[in-house]
Design a protein around this ligand. Structure first.
Ligand code: SF4
Ligand code: SF4
Length: 398
């Protein structure tokens, strides 16, 4: 494992961090985590040198923190920096802070967190943080020894990011960044600005919710055109580790193969380790993806559950895959995935909601939950027109 500077903190962090948002799922469960398999793969990652574990209140509908708590028994807690997040979007009053933190410490079976983050800050939630005095509560918890360091995770635009960075002396900022998203969310400017102030920058969505792991044929051709053989995931990760501003890269790993491959990649990583030809190749890959991706869904599942049973990210994944496939046969095969989704309430699997876009009643409940600010009902309507009624993509996307 390679280790890197963690901003101004006096510890070194593994190049790869374990994100516990996409743990192995239990069979027949949409979001429930499989404890034994999760424990096995997280402990394997720690044995390979991962020393940073990231979770949050809502991951796996509250089960992720419990799974992490169980996993870190038997001496594993002492081997890692443990990070979780105050669920700011659902905090209603100042007193909620202690209720959440106490419950999280209990679930995680620990007395302290190495870093506690304000989860999912944007212009709106940051106003709430100020109005409810949540940074004062953070400092109080720090004085009490319940948290060691203070940070935030972020989903909005660069001006908002800069305003938040300048507001407080943060230890850490967690941003969405990958080779496709250099000009959206915090952007490269935000990454460099936070780093220039000595703040550790932790990266989430390095593979853009799995999108960069499944390249269209044109991107595969480009990857095959250079001597350096890498998997699509390795290209995406090395792009990040190449940058001196990045502290650690969180990968939401859901099976043992992912952990093994990502640990192998991390061992090969280094700042400024890519040559000009490789950097140019990544620029070309980003251009190809930007032409193909129709909906910028990362599959985070924050929008679920939908009261009508629509599996929102699955609808968008099928739409993007149809757009990325070049061969007619493959497009046909991907489209068949849409046919397997339920188009009526009677056909809906209540245990594992699998509705297609036609079930959306535009209630709007999911809208404020999407960190990518996707107009979910509109995009579902388009997805259904293209995938269900076989209308052309160009009618809706130029
Ligand atoms: S707007 Fe549509 S997709 Fe969103 S929660 Fe309501 S019914 Fe579900
Ligand atoms: S639609 Fe938005 S909230 Fe839902 S999975 Fe995609 S990115 Fe996440």
């Amino acid at each position: 494992m390679q280790y890197r500077k963690m901003g101004s903190l006096d510890w070194e962090v593994s190049a790869l961090g374990f994100g516990c948002m996409r743990l192995p799922s239990r069979r027949f469960s949409l979001m429930g985590a499989d404890l034994e398999e999760s424990k096995r793969i997280i402990r394997y990652g720690i044995d390979r040198g991962i020393n940073y574990i990231d979770t949050a209140w809502p991951y796996h509908l509250g089960e992720s923190e419990k799974v992490v708590g169980e996993t870190l028994k038997d001496g594993y807690r002492e081997k890692v920096k443990l990070v979780t997040k105050l669920p700011v979007p659902v905090v209603r009053k100042t007193e909620d802070f202690d209720r959440f933190l106490n419950s999280q410490l209990e679930k995680l079976q620990t007395d302290y967190l190495d870093i506690y983050l304000l989860h999912s800050l944007n212009a709106g939630t940051f106003e709430k943080v100020k109005r409810l005095g949540l940074i004062d509560k953070m400092e109080e918890a720090q004085r009490q020894g319940r948290i060691r360091h203070i940070g935030f995770s972020f989903h909005d635009t660069y001006p908002v990011f800069k305003e938040i960075i300048d507001y407080y002396d943060w230890d850490m900022a967690q941003i969405q960044y990958n080779y496709m998203d250099t000009a959206v969310q915090a952007t490269t400017d935000g990454l460099e600005y936070a780093h220039s102030k000595g703040i550790a920058v932790v990266i989430m969505e390095p593979i853009k919710g799995g999108t960069l792991a499944n390249p269209p044929a044109e991107a595969v051709e480009v990857m095959n055109s250079v001597a350096q053989e890498r998997t699509p995931v390795d290209w995406a990760l090395q792009f990040l580790w190449n940058r001196p501003e990045v502290a650690t890269v969180l990968s939401g790993m859901g099976n043992m193969q992912m952990v093994e491959e990502n640990c192998d990649s991390a061992e090969r990583s280094g700042i400024n380790s890519l040559n000009q030809e490789e950097e140019d190749l990544i620029t070309r890959l980003a251009e190809i993806y930007r032409e193909k991706i129709l909906v910028s869904c990362t599959g985070c599942e924050y929008c679920l559950p939908c009261p009508e049973g629509v599996n929102i990210p699955h609808n968008f994944a099928i739409l993007n895959n149809v757009s990325m496939e070049q061969s007619r046969i493959r497009r046909f095969q991907v489209r068949r995935g849409y046919k397997k989704l339920a188009g009526t309430q009677e056909k809906l699997d209540k245990e594992n909601p699998n509705g297609n876009g036609s079930l959306c009643v535009i209630c709007g409940e999911c809208l404020d939950k999407c960190p990518q600010e996707i107009n979910i009902p509109l995009e579902l309507e388009r997805a259904h027109a293209i995938l269900g009624k076989r209308e052309s993509i160009t009618k809706y996307y130029s």
